[in-house]
Ligand binder design. Structure first.
Ligand SMILES: NC(=O)c1ccc[n+]([C@@H]2O[C@H](COP(=O)([O-])OP(=O)(O)OC[C@H]3O[C@@H](n4cnc5c(N)ncnc54)[C@H](OP(=O)(O)O)[C@@H]3O)[C@@H](O)[C@H]2O)c1
Length: 334
């Protein structure tokens, strides 16, 4: 039977590169592209099928910043498939990023320069907004919409015969100090992106704790610094092009400058081939590229406290309960 792989954010950047790389290894897969923009997704499907005619590629419309859209999309997935082998939780945003020039210039002359460039720690702030569902947009898109998707798809993901894998695109930018259990949406802080990615790492740990015995495993990766629509929001493409020689040089000291979506997808593809039971749930897998352009995957132990992860998971379950009651009430007003 064909393995079924569902990918959010497959319409561009790292998600799109992942699709091509998976099919280049195994064109007998069924890829299901979960995308908000159907015309973009259609063009991606046509291109993938043109280069891999024996593959199967389907599309489900899903906007992960809208819980109704997630529930509706998941319903379609359940009608199409009896099981999912892989769910890549990759869609993500970093809205209105602002570069902190002061931190940038101070960092250049500090001992932390390589770390600063690799993680963008302290360099980027964002202006978040509230979605129609009433959540912070970064939180709902990068984390909560995906959490509801997993909950909706549990019956297709949990089976004892062979395990299924959740694979999250997190970031080296995830930082403990930007996350708080008292403000899980980071509504009061300037770094919602970093908070949402730390929340992703926490949820990953809690999902393993709660789902491994049901045959479901979760992992997180960082793709490195990749030139995509997301990074073009930080600096325009022509500035990145001007910086390229410098970035290639920095690669000799910092392996995080993967730069192309193909390289950035390295850890996502690597995880596809691993036995999930053999992975350490406290490890993040980093796509990395050497100065000579060789790709590899590096392990990083995450700065995660398992009790905090469990508390966060319980908070998400509570939030889910409240959201479902609200949706039920608006669907069936008394
Ligand atoms: N680029 C980097 O350096 C970098 C570094 C660390 C982590 N990441 C992570 O990598 C992942 C992929 O990002 P990327 O760099 O490939 O950026 P990208 O090219 O902008 O791709 C983002 C993808 O997410 C989709 N998406 C965004 N909001 C969505 C929503 N509300 N509902 C459904 N889909 C939505 C986009 O769809 P549309 O095509 O419709 O916009 C697109 O397919 C993200 O999780 C990002 O945080 C990237």
């Amino acid at each position: 039977m064909r393995k079924v792989v569902l990918i959010t954010g497959a319409s561009s950047g790292i998600g799109l590169a992942l699709c091509s790389r998976l099919l280049a290894k195994d064109d007998e897969l069924h890829l299901c592209l979960a995308c908000r923009n159907l015309s973009k997704a259609g063009a991606v499907r046509d291109a993938l099928l043109a280069s891999h005619p024996s593959a199967q590629v389907s599309i489900v419309q899903m906007d992960v910043s809208s819980l109704r859209s997630v529930v509706q999309g998941a319903k379609e997935v359940k009608q199409k498939f009896q099981r999912l082998d892989y769910l890549y939780l990759n869609a993500g945003i970093m809205p209105n990023p602002q570069l902190n020039f002061k931190a940038f210039f101070l960092g250049i002359f500090s001992r932390n320069v390589v770390h600063m460039f690799s993680t963008a720690e302290g360099l980027l702030t964002q202006n978040d907004k509230v979605t129609a569902d009433g959540f912070q947009e970064v939180f709902e898109t990068n984390l909560f919409g995906h959490f509801i998707l997993i909950r909706e798809l549990e019956p297709l993901l949990c089976h004892s015969d062979s395990p299924s894998q959740l694979i999250w695109t997190s970031s080296r930018n995830a930082k403990k100090s930007n996350f708080s259990l008292e403000d899980i949406q980071h509504s009061k802080g300037p770094e919602p992106y970093s908070s949402s990615k730390y929340a992703t790492d926490l949820l990953n740990v809690a999902l393993n704790r709660n789902f491994n015995q049901k045959g479901l495993y979760s992992s997180v990766i960082c793709p490195g610094v990749v030139l995509t629509n997301l990074t073009y929001g930080i600096l325009p493409p022509f500035v990145w092009t001007l910086l390229l020689p410098l970035l290639w040089l920095i690669r000799f000291f910092a392996n995080a400058f993967t730069l192309t979506p193909y390289n950035g997808a390295e850890a996502l593809v690597w995880l596809f081939h691993q036995k999930p039971e053999s992975l350490n749930p406290l490890t993040k897998y980093l796509s990395s590229t050497t100065g000579f352009g060789t790709n590899y995957v590096k392990d990083q132990k995450m700065d995660i406290d398992e009790d905090t992860a469990e508390k966060f998971y319980q908070t998400l379950l509570e939030l889910e309960k409240r959201v479902r009651i609200t949706m039920e009430k608006s669907d069936h007003p008394s």
